[in-house]
Design a binder for this molecule. Structure first.
Ligand SMILES: NC(=O)c1ccc[n+]([C@@H]2O[C@H](COP(=O)([O-])OP(=O)(O)OC[C@H]3O[C@@H](n4cnc5c(N)ncnc54)[C@H](OP(=O)(O)O)[C@@H]3O)[C@@H](O)[C@H]2O)c1
Length: 218
């Protein structure tokens, strides 16, 4: 797939991994829509700010109405909420799972109209690994992994490549308190763009994630 001239939506494009996606797509000649809760926080040259809160049906619908030329959607927006009580876990599911459902349903017809394209869901190594301190986040990413597989089947006929991206710690605000090895956002982005071009269905962004995925059968 040629990125030059392609219209790309990145959710959560104002910082972290989403910002790195937006910057790289601009470099590759794409028309980049940077979705953010606060569009004024999208400041990179070449990125068109778009108001987009993935927890808000009206916001997602308004963005879809405006962005009819999109052929690549990067579902990047995510939250890790401090606390593992029911309300904290619900807040994580609202963004990490239901946010994916909202943007998928709103943009799948647009991807179809534009030839299929690609839909990328940013998930996690915690789609597979249990961690009591992050049980809600992990469950939301496991649910996102399941949704990714269902979406892949649903959109196969319309020619949309649905890609799941799994990573351990990425060097962003979300992992700022973590001391373990971190992959850079740029390295994750580079692998995802290669996967889009190859037509791959999954990105395992670091050694630990690759080892965990390989061990699932045992
Ligand atoms: N960092 C890691 O270690 C790591 C590892 C594996 C996977 N991931 C995943 O990678 C993705 C990007 O995370 P990150 O590391 O870049 O984290 P981050 O630095 O905390 O950035 C999160 C992004 O999501 C946006 N966001 C949050 N809630 C939103 C909503 N309701 N609607 C739209 N945007 C929203 C944030 O916007 P605001 O500025 O408005 O809050 C921000 O742009 C997430 O899906 C995350 O789960 C991260």
């Amino acid at each position: 797939m040629d990125f030059n001239g392609a219209a790309v939506l990145v959710t959560g494009a104002n910082r972290g991994l989403g910002r790195a996606f937006a910057q790289e797509f601009v470099k590759r000649g794409a028309k980049v829509y940077g979705g953010a809760r606060n569009p004024a926080s999208v400041v990179d040259e070449g990125v068109v700010p778009v108001q987009l809160d993935v927890t808000d049906d009206a916001s997602v619908a308004a963005a879809a109405k405006e962005l009819g030329d999109v052929s690549i959607v990067i579902n990047n927006a995510g939250v890790l909420v401090a606390g593992e009580d029911v309300d904290s876990i619900k807040a994580e599911f609202e963004v990490n799972f239901f946010g994916l459902v909202r943007t998928t349903d709103a943009f799948a017809p647009i991807l179809k109209a534009n030839g299929g394209g690609a839909l990328v869901n940013v998930l996690s190594i915690l789609s597979w690994v249990g961690r009591p301190a992050w049980r809600g986040y992990a469950a939301s990413k496991a649910a996102g992994w399941s949704l990714t597989r269902s979406t892949r089947e649903a959109l196969r006929e319309q020619g949309t490549n649905v890609i799941g991206v799994h990573a351990g710690f990425i060097d962003t605000d979300m992992a700022a308190a973590q001391t373990g090895p971190k992959v850079s956002p740029e390295e994750v982005v580079s692998q995802v763009l290669q996967a889009i071009q190859n037509g791959d269905e999954e990105v395992l962004a670091d050694d630990r994630t690759r080892a965990v995925k390989a061990s699932l059968a045992s």
